[in-house]
Write a protein that binds this ligand. Structure first.
Ligand code: GLY
Ligand code: MN
Ligand code: MN
Length: 442
Protein backbone atom coordinates (compact mmCIF):
# COMPACT_ATOMS: atom_id res chain seq x y z
CA UNK A 1 0.00 0.00 0.00
CA UNK A 2 1.21 3.52 -0.76
CA UNK A 3 1.04 6.23 1.93
CA UNK A 4 -1.91 7.71 0.04
CA UNK A 5 -3.92 4.50 0.08
CA UNK A 6 -7.09 5.25 2.06
CA UNK A 7 -7.15 1.64 3.25
CA UNK A 8 -3.84 2.12 5.06
CA UNK A 9 -5.09 5.32 6.69
CA UNK A 10 -8.58 4.25 7.73
CA UNK A 11 -7.75 2.74 11.10
CA UNK A 12 -6.19 6.05 12.25
CA UNK A 13 -9.24 7.91 10.90
CA UNK A 14 -11.52 5.68 12.95
CA UNK A 15 -9.43 6.31 16.07
CA UNK A 16 -9.88 10.04 15.55
CA UNK A 17 -13.65 9.64 15.11
CA UNK A 18 -13.86 7.59 18.28
CA UNK A 19 -11.94 10.19 20.29
CA UNK A 20 -14.15 12.95 18.93
CA UNK A 21 -17.28 10.93 19.70
CA UNK A 22 -16.06 10.24 23.26
CA UNK A 23 -15.64 13.96 23.85
CA UNK A 24 -18.90 14.93 22.15
CA UNK A 25 -20.91 12.42 24.19
CA UNK A 26 -19.27 13.61 27.41
CA UNK A 27 -20.17 17.21 26.51
CA UNK A 28 -23.78 16.29 25.87
CA UNK A 29 -24.11 13.81 28.75
CA UNK A 30 -25.00 10.81 26.55
CA UNK A 31 -23.87 7.17 26.56
CA UNK A 32 -24.22 6.26 22.90
CA UNK A 33 -23.77 7.88 19.51
CA UNK A 34 -26.40 6.62 17.06
CA UNK A 35 -26.31 7.63 13.40
CA UNK A 36 -28.96 6.52 10.88
CA UNK A 37 -27.85 6.44 7.25
CA UNK A 38 -31.19 7.97 6.21
CA UNK A 39 -34.15 6.74 4.24
CA UNK A 40 -35.42 7.36 0.73
CA UNK A 41 -37.35 10.56 -0.02
CA UNK A 42 -40.32 10.30 -2.36
CA UNK A 43 -41.81 12.87 -4.71
CA UNK A 44 -45.17 14.18 -3.58
CA UNK A 45 -48.15 12.01 -4.65
CA UNK A 46 -45.72 9.69 -6.41
CA UNK A 47 -43.71 6.53 -5.85
CA UNK A 48 -40.53 7.94 -7.42
CA UNK A 49 -37.66 8.64 -5.06
CA UNK A 50 -35.16 11.50 -5.28
CA UNK A 51 -31.46 10.74 -5.66
CA UNK A 52 -30.48 9.41 -2.24
CA UNK A 53 -28.12 11.54 -0.14
CA UNK A 54 -26.72 9.59 2.78
CA UNK A 55 -26.40 11.29 6.20
CA UNK A 56 -22.94 12.95 6.10
CA UNK A 57 -22.31 11.88 9.71
CA UNK A 58 -22.84 8.27 8.61
CA UNK A 59 -20.43 8.37 5.68
CA UNK A 60 -17.80 9.92 7.96
CA UNK A 61 -17.60 6.52 9.69
CA UNK A 62 -17.98 4.13 6.76
CA UNK A 63 -17.37 4.68 3.05
CA UNK A 64 -20.95 3.77 2.15
CA UNK A 65 -23.03 6.29 0.23
CA UNK A 66 -25.87 4.19 -1.12
CA UNK A 67 -27.22 2.28 1.88
CA UNK A 68 -30.57 3.28 3.40
CA UNK A 69 -32.19 2.33 6.73
CA UNK A 70 -28.83 1.37 8.24
CA UNK A 71 -27.26 2.55 11.50
CA UNK A 72 -23.93 3.24 13.18
CA UNK A 73 -23.97 2.69 16.94
CA UNK A 74 -20.93 3.74 18.94
CA UNK A 75 -20.52 3.35 22.69
CA UNK A 76 -17.26 4.65 24.21
CA UNK A 77 -14.84 1.82 24.95
CA UNK A 78 -16.64 -0.66 22.68
CA UNK A 79 -16.23 -1.69 19.06
CA UNK A 80 -18.47 0.34 16.74
CA UNK A 81 -21.55 -1.48 15.44
CA UNK A 82 -22.94 -1.28 11.92
CA UNK A 83 -26.54 -2.32 11.44
CA UNK A 84 -26.69 -2.88 7.70
CA UNK A 85 -29.89 -3.28 5.67
CA UNK A 86 -29.62 -5.86 2.92
CA UNK A 87 -33.27 -6.34 2.06
CA UNK A 88 -34.97 -9.18 0.20
CA UNK A 89 -35.84 -6.98 -2.78
CA UNK A 90 -36.21 -7.96 -6.42
CA UNK A 91 -37.14 -4.41 -7.50
CA UNK A 92 -33.78 -2.83 -6.72
CA UNK A 93 -30.18 -3.95 -6.63
CA UNK A 94 -29.57 -5.23 -3.13
CA UNK A 95 -26.46 -3.63 -1.55
CA UNK A 96 -23.52 -6.00 -1.53
CA UNK A 97 -22.50 -7.41 1.81
CA UNK A 98 -19.99 -5.03 3.40
CA UNK A 99 -16.43 -5.67 2.31
CA UNK A 100 -13.15 -3.83 2.04
CA UNK A 101 -10.57 -2.17 4.22
CA UNK A 102 -12.96 -0.97 6.91
CA UNK A 103 -15.15 -3.97 7.76
CA UNK A 104 -12.74 -5.59 10.22
CA UNK A 105 -13.16 -2.60 12.54
CA UNK A 106 -16.92 -3.05 12.99
CA UNK A 107 -19.33 -5.59 14.37
CA UNK A 108 -21.70 -5.86 11.44
CA UNK A 109 -25.33 -6.95 11.82
CA UNK A 110 -27.11 -7.61 8.54
CA UNK A 111 -30.86 -7.01 8.69
CA UNK A 112 -33.52 -7.79 6.08
CA UNK A 113 -36.15 -5.19 7.00
CA UNK A 114 -35.69 -1.68 8.50
CA UNK A 115 -37.60 -2.69 11.65
CA UNK A 116 -35.08 -5.41 12.45
CA UNK A 117 -32.69 -2.61 13.45
CA UNK A 118 -34.74 -1.81 16.53
CA UNK A 119 -33.51 -4.57 18.89
CA UNK A 120 -29.93 -3.81 17.79
CA UNK A 121 -30.10 -0.16 18.91
CA UNK A 122 -29.37 0.81 22.54
CA UNK A 123 -32.32 -0.07 24.75
CA UNK A 124 -32.84 3.41 26.22
CA UNK A 125 -33.15 6.10 23.51
CA UNK A 126 -32.96 8.82 26.17
CA UNK A 127 -29.26 7.91 26.67
CA UNK A 128 -28.51 8.27 22.94
CA UNK A 129 -27.34 11.20 20.86
CA UNK A 130 -29.13 10.35 17.61
CA UNK A 131 -27.86 12.40 14.66
CA UNK A 132 -30.09 12.47 11.63
CA UNK A 133 -33.25 13.73 9.98
CA UNK A 134 -36.71 13.29 11.50
CA UNK A 135 -37.85 10.69 9.00
CA UNK A 136 -35.10 8.31 10.11
CA UNK A 137 -36.95 7.75 13.41
CA UNK A 138 -37.45 4.11 14.32
CA UNK A 139 -39.63 3.29 17.31
CA UNK A 140 -38.50 5.46 20.20
CA UNK A 141 -35.21 6.23 18.47
CA UNK A 142 -36.06 9.70 17.21
CA UNK A 143 -33.16 11.88 16.06
CA UNK A 144 -32.57 14.48 18.79
CA UNK A 145 -29.43 16.11 17.34
CA UNK A 146 -28.21 17.46 20.69
CA UNK A 147 -26.57 20.84 20.18
CA UNK A 148 -23.58 20.14 22.42
CA UNK A 149 -22.77 16.97 20.44
CA UNK A 150 -23.34 18.56 17.03
CA UNK A 151 -21.29 21.66 17.86
CA UNK A 152 -18.37 19.52 18.92
CA UNK A 153 -18.43 17.10 15.98
CA UNK A 154 -19.09 19.78 13.35
CA UNK A 155 -16.26 21.98 14.61
CA UNK A 156 -13.76 19.12 14.49
CA UNK A 157 -14.93 17.93 11.09
CA UNK A 158 -13.10 20.94 9.67
CA UNK A 159 -9.81 19.16 10.49
CA UNK A 160 -9.40 16.44 7.93
CA UNK A 161 -7.61 13.21 8.76
CA UNK A 162 -4.97 11.85 6.35
CA UNK A 163 -7.59 9.30 5.21
CA UNK A 164 -9.96 12.11 4.29
CA UNK A 165 -7.24 14.05 2.48
CA UNK A 166 -6.36 10.93 0.47
CA UNK A 167 -9.99 10.58 -0.62
CA UNK A 168 -10.26 14.27 -1.41
CA UNK A 169 -7.20 13.93 -3.65
CA UNK A 170 -8.98 11.09 -5.44
CA UNK A 171 -12.02 13.33 -5.86
CA UNK A 172 -9.75 15.89 -7.58
CA UNK A 173 -8.39 13.33 -10.02
CA UNK A 174 -11.88 12.16 -10.94
CA UNK A 175 -13.20 15.68 -11.46
CA UNK A 176 -10.19 16.69 -13.55
CA UNK A 177 -10.90 13.84 -15.98
CA UNK A 178 -14.30 15.41 -16.44
CA UNK A 179 -12.93 18.93 -16.77
CA UNK A 180 -10.54 17.79 -19.51
CA UNK A 181 -13.36 16.06 -21.41
CA UNK A 182 -15.61 19.09 -21.00
CA UNK A 183 -12.97 21.49 -22.32
CA UNK A 184 -12.44 19.26 -25.34
CA UNK A 185 -16.21 19.19 -25.99
CA UNK A 186 -16.34 23.00 -25.75
CA UNK A 187 -13.44 23.34 -28.22
CA UNK A 188 -15.32 21.01 -30.57
CA UNK A 189 -18.39 23.28 -30.49
CA UNK A 190 -20.69 21.20 -28.28
CA UNK A 191 -23.81 22.55 -26.55
CA UNK A 192 -24.10 22.71 -22.76
CA UNK A 193 -26.05 19.49 -22.38
CA UNK A 194 -23.51 17.56 -24.46
CA UNK A 195 -20.63 19.06 -22.48
CA UNK A 196 -22.39 17.95 -19.29
CA UNK A 197 -22.77 14.42 -20.68
CA UNK A 198 -19.10 14.35 -21.68
CA UNK A 199 -18.21 15.39 -18.12
CA UNK A 200 -20.40 12.77 -16.45
CA UNK A 201 -19.18 10.07 -18.76
CA UNK A 202 -15.50 10.85 -18.15
CA UNK A 203 -15.98 10.96 -14.36
CA UNK A 204 -18.36 7.99 -14.27
CA UNK A 205 -20.79 9.88 -12.02
CA UNK A 206 -24.19 11.49 -12.41
CA UNK A 207 -26.75 13.18 -10.15
CA UNK A 208 -26.65 10.21 -7.76
CA UNK A 209 -22.97 10.70 -7.01
CA UNK A 210 -21.86 14.22 -7.97
CA UNK A 211 -21.44 16.47 -4.93
CA UNK A 212 -23.53 19.23 -6.56
CA UNK A 213 -25.27 19.97 -9.84
CA UNK A 214 -22.82 20.80 -12.64
CA UNK A 215 -22.66 24.42 -13.77
CA UNK A 216 -21.93 24.34 -17.50
CA UNK A 217 -22.26 27.85 -18.91
CA UNK A 218 -21.52 29.14 -22.40
CA UNK A 219 -21.18 32.87 -23.21
CA UNK A 220 -23.50 35.14 -21.17
CA UNK A 221 -24.69 32.19 -19.07
CA UNK A 222 -21.43 32.49 -17.12
CA UNK A 223 -22.98 35.54 -15.43
CA UNK A 224 -25.63 33.37 -13.75
CA UNK A 225 -23.81 32.18 -10.65
CA UNK A 226 -25.72 28.91 -10.31
CA UNK A 227 -26.61 28.30 -13.96
CA UNK A 228 -27.89 24.72 -14.26
CA UNK A 229 -30.15 24.94 -17.34
CA UNK A 230 -27.98 22.91 -19.77
CA UNK A 231 -28.95 24.43 -23.15
CA UNK A 232 -29.55 21.90 -25.94
CA UNK A 233 -28.09 23.97 -28.77
CA UNK A 234 -24.72 25.71 -28.94
CA UNK A 235 -24.84 29.50 -29.28
CA UNK A 236 -23.13 31.03 -32.26
CA UNK A 237 -20.57 32.39 -32.02
CA UNK A 238 -19.11 30.53 -29.06
CA UNK A 239 -17.06 32.97 -27.01
CA UNK A 240 -16.53 31.54 -23.53
CA UNK A 241 -17.09 28.57 -21.25
CA UNK A 242 -17.37 28.49 -17.45
CA UNK A 243 -17.53 25.06 -15.80
CA UNK A 244 -18.02 24.49 -12.06
CA UNK A 245 -18.11 20.75 -11.47
CA UNK A 246 -16.79 18.29 -8.91
CA UNK A 247 -16.75 14.60 -8.09
CA UNK A 248 -17.12 12.32 -5.09
CA UNK A 249 -14.68 9.73 -3.76
CA UNK A 250 -16.25 7.49 -1.12
CA UNK A 251 -18.46 10.40 -0.14
CA UNK A 252 -15.82 13.16 -0.13
CA UNK A 253 -16.25 16.08 -2.52
CA UNK A 254 -14.16 18.15 -4.87
CA UNK A 255 -15.39 21.53 -6.16
CA UNK A 256 -13.52 22.94 -9.15
CA UNK A 257 -14.17 25.82 -11.57
CA UNK A 258 -12.38 26.76 -14.77
CA UNK A 259 -13.12 29.39 -17.40
CA UNK A 260 -12.04 29.20 -21.05
CA UNK A 261 -12.04 31.65 -23.96
CA UNK A 262 -12.77 30.48 -27.50
CA UNK A 263 -9.89 30.89 -29.95
CA UNK A 264 -9.39 34.49 -31.03
CA UNK A 265 -10.95 36.11 -27.98
CA UNK A 266 -7.61 37.33 -26.74
CA UNK A 267 -8.65 40.14 -24.43
CA UNK A 268 -11.02 37.88 -22.51
CA UNK A 269 -8.27 35.25 -22.38
CA UNK A 270 -5.94 37.89 -20.92
CA UNK A 271 -8.50 38.67 -18.22
CA UNK A 272 -8.82 34.94 -17.44
CA UNK A 273 -5.04 34.75 -17.15
CA UNK A 274 -5.01 37.70 -14.74
CA UNK A 275 -7.74 36.17 -12.54
CA UNK A 276 -5.93 32.83 -12.65
CA UNK A 277 -2.65 34.39 -11.49
CA UNK A 278 -4.44 36.30 -8.72
CA UNK A 279 -6.26 33.12 -7.68
CA UNK A 280 -2.96 31.28 -7.30
CA UNK A 281 -1.66 34.06 -5.05
CA UNK A 282 -4.85 33.75 -2.94
CA UNK A 283 -4.35 29.98 -2.70
CA UNK A 284 -0.81 30.61 -1.45
CA UNK A 285 -2.29 32.80 1.32
CA UNK A 286 -4.00 29.75 2.84
CA UNK A 287 -1.89 29.28 5.91
CA UNK A 288 -2.43 28.60 9.61
CA UNK A 289 -3.46 31.65 11.61
CA UNK A 290 -4.81 33.62 8.63
CA UNK A 291 -8.35 34.96 9.01
CA UNK A 292 -10.45 33.77 6.08
CA UNK A 293 -12.51 36.99 6.27
CA UNK A 294 -9.33 38.91 5.46
CA UNK A 295 -8.65 36.60 2.54
CA UNK A 296 -12.11 37.49 1.21
CA UNK A 297 -11.54 41.24 1.53
CA UNK A 298 -8.07 40.94 -0.03
CA UNK A 299 -9.67 39.07 -2.94
CA UNK A 300 -12.01 41.99 -3.56
CA UNK A 301 -9.05 44.34 -3.79
CA UNK A 302 -7.08 42.01 -6.08
CA UNK A 303 -10.03 41.51 -8.44
CA UNK A 304 -10.79 45.21 -8.57
CA UNK A 305 -7.13 45.79 -9.41
CA UNK A 306 -7.64 43.54 -12.43
CA UNK A 307 -10.82 45.36 -13.50
CA UNK A 308 -8.95 48.65 -13.18
CA UNK A 309 -6.11 47.32 -15.35
CA UNK A 310 -8.63 46.25 -17.97
CA UNK A 311 -10.36 49.64 -17.88
CA UNK A 312 -13.67 48.33 -16.54
CA UNK A 313 -13.63 50.46 -13.39
CA UNK A 314 -12.27 53.96 -13.18
CA UNK A 315 -11.72 54.18 -9.41
CA UNK A 316 -9.18 52.61 -7.08
CA UNK A 317 -9.84 49.08 -5.75
CA UNK A 318 -10.22 50.57 -2.27
CA UNK A 319 -12.87 53.02 -3.49
CA UNK A 320 -14.70 50.25 -5.38
CA UNK A 321 -14.77 48.16 -2.20
CA UNK A 322 -15.97 51.05 -0.03
CA UNK A 323 -18.83 52.03 -2.36
CA UNK A 324 -20.09 48.49 -3.01
CA UNK A 325 -19.07 48.61 -6.70
CA UNK A 326 -16.75 45.65 -6.17
CA UNK A 327 -19.63 43.54 -4.80
CA UNK A 328 -21.48 44.06 -8.10
CA UNK A 329 -18.61 42.42 -9.99
CA UNK A 330 -17.67 39.85 -7.31
CA UNK A 331 -21.01 39.06 -5.66
CA UNK A 332 -20.19 35.84 -3.78
CA UNK A 333 -17.82 34.64 -1.09
CA UNK A 334 -14.19 33.70 -1.76
CA UNK A 335 -15.00 30.13 -0.74
CA UNK A 336 -15.97 27.68 1.96
CA UNK A 337 -14.96 24.57 3.86
CA UNK A 338 -15.29 21.35 1.85
CA UNK A 339 -15.27 17.66 2.78
CA UNK A 340 -18.17 15.29 3.30
CA UNK A 341 -20.37 18.08 1.96
CA UNK A 342 -19.38 20.49 -0.77
CA UNK A 343 -20.29 23.35 1.58
CA UNK A 344 -19.03 21.71 4.72
CA UNK A 345 -20.42 22.43 8.17
CA UNK A 346 -19.30 24.87 10.87
CA UNK A 347 -18.00 27.65 8.63
CA UNK A 348 -19.16 30.27 11.12
CA UNK A 349 -18.45 28.35 14.35
CA UNK A 350 -16.64 30.29 17.07
CA UNK A 351 -15.64 27.20 19.06
CA UNK A 352 -16.42 23.52 19.54
CA UNK A 353 -19.01 24.57 22.14
CA UNK A 354 -20.97 26.85 19.83
CA UNK A 355 -21.03 30.57 19.13
CA UNK A 356 -20.88 32.29 15.78
CA UNK A 357 -18.34 34.47 13.99
CA UNK A 358 -20.36 36.93 11.92
CA UNK A 359 -19.54 37.90 8.36
CA UNK A 360 -17.92 41.27 7.74
CA UNK A 361 -20.58 43.95 7.11
CA UNK A 362 -21.53 44.18 3.43
CA UNK A 363 -20.46 40.60 2.58
CA UNK A 364 -23.67 38.57 3.02
CA UNK A 365 -22.62 35.52 1.01
CA UNK A 366 -19.32 34.60 2.64
CA UNK A 367 -19.63 31.02 3.99
CA UNK A 368 -16.50 30.81 6.14
CA UNK A 369 -15.42 33.25 8.84
CA UNK A 370 -12.99 31.11 10.86
CA UNK A 371 -9.26 31.53 11.25
CA UNK A 372 -7.47 28.91 9.13
CA UNK A 373 -5.82 25.99 10.91
CA UNK A 374 -3.85 22.96 9.72
CA UNK A 375 -6.10 20.22 8.37
CA UNK A 376 -8.80 22.50 6.99
CA UNK A 377 -9.61 22.20 3.30
CA UNK A 378 -11.13 25.31 1.77
CA UNK A 379 -12.06 26.41 -1.69
CA UNK A 380 -10.55 29.54 -3.19
CA UNK A 381 -12.88 30.75 -5.90
CA UNK A 382 -12.55 34.38 -6.96
CA UNK A 383 -14.70 35.57 -9.82
CA UNK A 384 -15.69 38.60 -11.85
CA UNK A 385 -19.04 38.72 -13.63
CA UNK A 386 -21.06 41.09 -15.74
CA UNK A 387 -24.54 40.77 -14.21
CA UNK A 388 -27.07 43.30 -15.57
CA UNK A 389 -29.19 43.25 -12.41
CA UNK A 390 -26.21 44.11 -10.18
CA UNK A 391 -24.80 46.70 -12.58
CA UNK A 392 -28.20 48.44 -12.52
CA UNK A 393 -27.82 48.65 -8.75
CA UNK A 394 -24.46 50.39 -9.22
CA UNK A 395 -26.22 53.04 -11.29
CA UNK A 396 -29.10 53.37 -8.82
CA UNK A 397 -26.66 53.83 -5.95
CA UNK A 398 -25.15 56.82 -7.77
CA UNK A 399 -21.88 55.10 -8.66
CA UNK A 400 -22.25 55.03 -12.45
CA UNK A 401 -19.20 57.26 -12.86
CA UNK A 402 -17.01 54.56 -11.25
CA UNK A 403 -17.51 52.27 -14.25
CA UNK A 404 -16.56 52.47 -17.93
CA UNK A 405 -19.81 51.21 -19.46
CA UNK A 406 -18.28 50.71 -22.92
CA UNK A 407 -15.85 48.24 -21.36
CA UNK A 408 -18.74 46.53 -19.57
CA UNK A 409 -20.51 46.18 -22.94
CA UNK A 410 -17.36 44.63 -24.38
CA UNK A 411 -17.07 41.97 -21.66
CA UNK A 412 -20.81 41.31 -21.08
CA UNK A 413 -21.11 38.72 -23.90
CA UNK A 414 -18.55 36.54 -22.09
CA UNK A 415 -20.63 36.29 -18.90
CA UNK A 416 -17.90 36.04 -16.30
CA UNK A 417 -14.81 34.32 -14.98
CA UNK A 418 -14.41 32.08 -11.95
CA UNK A 419 -11.38 29.96 -11.06
CA UNK A 420 -11.77 27.56 -8.13
CA UNK A 421 -9.34 25.16 -6.45
CA UNK A 422 -9.51 23.16 -3.22
CA UNK A 423 -6.64 23.95 -0.88
CA UNK A 424 -5.37 22.19 2.25
CA UNK A 425 -4.09 24.39 5.08
CA UNK A 426 -0.95 22.90 6.61
CA UNK A 427 1.54 23.99 9.26
CA UNK A 428 3.64 25.37 6.38
CA UNK A 429 2.92 26.24 2.75
CA UNK A 430 -0.55 25.83 1.29
CA UNK A 431 -1.18 22.43 -0.35
CA UNK A 432 -3.28 23.00 -3.47
CA UNK A 433 -5.11 19.69 -4.05
CA UNK A 434 -6.46 20.67 -7.46
CA UNK A 435 -3.55 22.00 -9.52
CA UNK A 436 -1.41 18.83 -9.36
CA UNK A 437 -4.37 16.83 -10.66
CA UNK A 438 -4.58 19.09 -13.74
CA UNK A 439 -0.80 18.93 -14.19
CA UNK A 440 -0.85 15.13 -14.03
CA UNK A 441 -3.65 14.98 -16.59
CA UNK A 442 -1.69 16.99 -19.19
N1 GLY B 1 -20.09 24.70 -6.76
C1 GLY B 1 -20.62 25.47 -5.70
C2 GLY B 1 -19.60 26.35 -5.13
O1 GLY B 1 -18.62 26.63 -5.78
O2 GLY B 1 -19.67 26.74 -4.01
MN1 MN C 1 -17.20 26.27 -4.13
MN1 MN D 1 -17.81 25.45 -7.30
Amino acid sequence: MTPQDPGALYSHHLDVLRQRADQALARGGFDHLVIPSGTRHYQVFDDRDYPFAVNPNFKAWVPLTRVTDSWIVYTPGKRPQLVFLQPFDYWHVVPEAPSGWWVEHFDIHVIRTPEEALPLLPANPARCAILGEAQSALGGHVPNNPEAVIHYLDWHRAFKTPYEIALMRQAQQLAVRGHRAAEAAFRAGADEFSIHMAYCSAVGQDANDLPYGNIIALNEHGAVLHYTELGRSAPSPLRSFLIDAGASAHGYASDITRTYAAAGHDEFQAMIDAVDAAQQRMCAAVRAGFDYRQLHVDAHLALMGILKDFGVIKVSPEAALATGVSAAFFPHGIGHLIGLQVHDVAGFAASDAGGRIERPAGHPYLRLTRVLEPGMVVTIEPGVYFVDMLLDEVKKAGNAASVDWDRVEFFRPYGGIRIEDDVLCTGGAADNLTRPAFAAAN
